[in-house]
Design a protein around this ligand. Structure first.
Ligand code: HEM
Length: 430
C-alpha cells in the first residue's frame, strides 16, 4: 500500500482544528479488524465520547461503506459519463485516485496532505478547502459502475470489460407512469456521498469530480437534505415529504441473515468479481406535494396503508407490528386497501423480494407554476435488480402514483469492499 493511500497519514481536519476529542479521532476500527458484532453489522464506525451517533467509518472492509452504515442525514449523489478518450489504463488510474481520496476524506482528512493551504503559492491547491475545520461527520463514499462502462451506446467494448458485464446490469425497463428525463438518468459511474454535514458531502463530490477532470464528467447530481429511511435498529424512523414515517419495514443492518440474502451479491452469483457488492437503483421521484396537501388525512393514510402519526399499519398495533392484510373492517373491506403502497410493496406481494432503502428528501427550488420541485430521491441496494423490478412493477397500481412522477432513473453495480492497497472494483480488472 502506498503511503498516499493511507487513511491514517497526514494532518486531519480534526487534528488541525481539534473539533473532535482525541478518543474519537484515534479509535477508528476496521470492519474486518475485530470490531464488535454491533459495530461490524452497522459498518464498524466509531462513537463519540457521549456514545452518540458514529462519526468516523472505516473506508476499507468486506463491503463498501454507505450501504448498511446507519443512514446519515445528508446526501450528495453524482453520476458521471466517462470521457471518449479514456482507455482502460486511464480508467484504472481514475479509480485508483478516487480510492485514495475517498479513503482519506472519509477519515476527515484532506484529499492530500497539506492539500488546501500547505502547497505552493504558485499552483492550485489539491483540496478545495471548504471542509477545513469540519470533522469527518460520518462521511461514507460508495462507488458504482453503470451499464455504459461495460458496453457503450454504440456497442463498443471500450475498456475490455464487456465479457465481465453482469447479465442483470441493464438499464431498467420502462415502468408504467415513467416520465424520465435523460439528463437526470443513467451514468457510467456513480458516487454516493453521505454525511451528517452537507458541506462535508458536497466537498467529497466536488473534489472527486475535480480529480476526474478530463477523464469523467458530471452527468447529473442530486442533493438530499433529510434521510427517508433507517438502516439500523438504533435509528428513529424519519419522515418523507408526504409527512409519513419512512423506513419502518426497511432491511436493517442488524438483520444480518436478511442482509446477506437480499442485499449482498454472493460469490456463487454471476459474475464473481461482484461478490460482496450489490446493485444500486436510483430514482428521482418528484412529489406533487401541492396536490397531496389537499388530500384528507384519512385518504392519505389509506393510500399509504399506515397511520400518519405513529406509522402503524391500518390493520392495527404500533409502528413495528406486522401488517395483517387479511383483516377486514365493519364493511368487510380489508383495513389495508388493495392498492395501498405498503401492501403492494410488501414481500408477500412480490415473491418475498426485499431491498435496503436508503433514500433522501429533496427540494430543488420551484417550477414555473410556483410548485416546489420536491420529492424523494429513492435509493435502494439489492442482490439483484430483479428485486427492484418486481416491486416497482407491482407498484403500477399504487394509489400514491397520482401524486408521484418518476423523472430520473439509474442502475449501478456496486463492487464489494476495498482492501488496503487495492482500488475500488479491482477484481473487475483482474
Ligand atoms: C415517493 C415515493 C415513495 C413514497 C412516498 C414511499 C413511502 C413509503 C412509506 C410511507 C412506507 C411505509 C413505511 C416503511 O415501511 O418504510 C413505505 C414502505 C415501503 N416502500 Fe415506499 N415509498 C415510495 C416509493 C417506493 C419505491 C419506488 C419502492 C420500490 C420500488 C418502494 C418500496 C417500499 C417497500 C419495499 C416498503 C416496505 C413494505 C413493507 O415491507 O411493509 N417505495 N414506502
Amino acid at each position: 500500500m502506498s503511503a498516499d493511500r493511507s487513511s491514517g497519514g497526514g494532518v486531519s481536519r480534526r487534528q488541525l482544528f481539534g473539533v473532535l476529542g482525541a478518543g474519537a479521532a484515534g479509535a477508528v476500527v476496521g470492519a474486518a479488524g475485530g470490531a464488535g458484532v454491533a459495530l461490524a453489522a452497522t459498518g464498524g464506525g466509531t462513537t463519540d465520547a457521549s456514545g452518540a451517533a458514529a462519526s468516523v467509518y472505516p473506508y476499507f472492509g468486506a463491503h463498501q461503506a454507505g450501504i448498511v452504515t446507519p443512514a446519515q442525514d445528508r446526501l450528495h449523489f453524482a453520476a458521471f459519463d466517462v470521457a471518449d478518450a479514456l482507455d482502460r489504463e486511464g480508467l484504472i488510474g481514475l479509480l485508483t485516485e478516487w480510492t485514495d481520496a475517498a479513503a482519506r476524506l472519509s477519515q476527515g482528512l484532506e484529499v492530500a496532505e497539506g492539500g488546501a493551504v500547505g502547497g505552493s503559492d504558485y499552483s492550485p491547491p489539491t483540496d478545495t478547502g471548504e471542509a477545513l475545520g469540519l470533522p469527518a461527520s460520518g462521511l461514507t463514499i460508495t462507488f458504482g459502475f453503470g451499464p455504459g462502462l461495460f458496453t457503450d451506446e454504440s456497442g463498443a467494448d471500450r475498456f475490455g470489460l464487456s465479457a465481465r458485464r453482469p447479465a442483470m446490469l441493464e438499464p431498467l425497463p420502462r415502468f408504467q407512469g415513467d416520465a424520465l428525463v435523460p439528463e437526470m438518468s443513467g451514468g457510467d459511474l456513480c458516487i454516493q456521498a453521505c454525511a451528517d454535514d452537507p458541506q462535508v458531502a458536497v466537498h467529497a463530490i466536488r473534489n472527486l469530480s475535480r480529480i476526474a477532470f478530463g477523464r469523467a464528467s458530471l452527468r447529473w447530481s442530486q442533493l438530499g437534505f433529510g434521510r427517508t429511511s433507517s438502516t439500523s435498529t438504533t435509528q428513529a424512523t424519519p419522515r418523507n415529504l408526504f409527512g409519513f414515517k419512512d423506513g419502518t419495514a426497511n432491511v436493517k443492518a442488524e438483520e444480518t441473515a436478511i442482509v446477506d440474502d437480499h442485499v449482498w451479491v454472493h460469490a456463487s452469483d454471476e459474475p464473481a468479481w461482484l461478490a460482496g457488492g450489490s446493485y444500486l437503483v436510483a430514482r428521482r421521484i418528484r412529489m406533487i406535494i401541492e396536490n397531496w396537501d389537499r388530500v384528507q388525512l384519512g385518504e392519505q393514510e389509506m393510500l399509504v396503508g399506515r397511520s400518519k402519526g405513529e406509522g402503524a399499519p391500518l390493520s392495527g398495533g404500533t409502528e413495528f407490528t406486522e401488517p395483517d392484510f387479511d383483516k377486514t373492517g365493519a364493511t368487510d373491506a380489508p383495513l389495508i386497501d388493495a392498492d395501498a403502497h405498503v401492501r403492494l410493496a410488501h414481500p408477500t406481494s412480490n415473491g418475498g423480494a426485499r431491498m435496503l432503502r436508503r433514500g433522501y428528501n429533496f427540494v430543488d427550488g420551484n417550477d414555473s407554476l410556483g410548485r416546489l420541485d420536491a420529492g424523494l430521491f429513492f435509493l435502494s441496494f439489492q442482490r439483484s435488480p430483479q428485486q427492484f423490478i418486481d416491486v416497482q412493477t407491482s407498484l403500477a397500481r399504487d394509489g400514491l402514483n397520482e401524486y408521484l412522477k418518476h423523472v430520473g432513473s439509474a442502475i449501478f453495480a456496486v463492487p464489494g469492499g476495498v482492501a488496503e492497497g487495492e482500488f475500488v472494483g479491482q477484481a473487475l480488472f483482474a
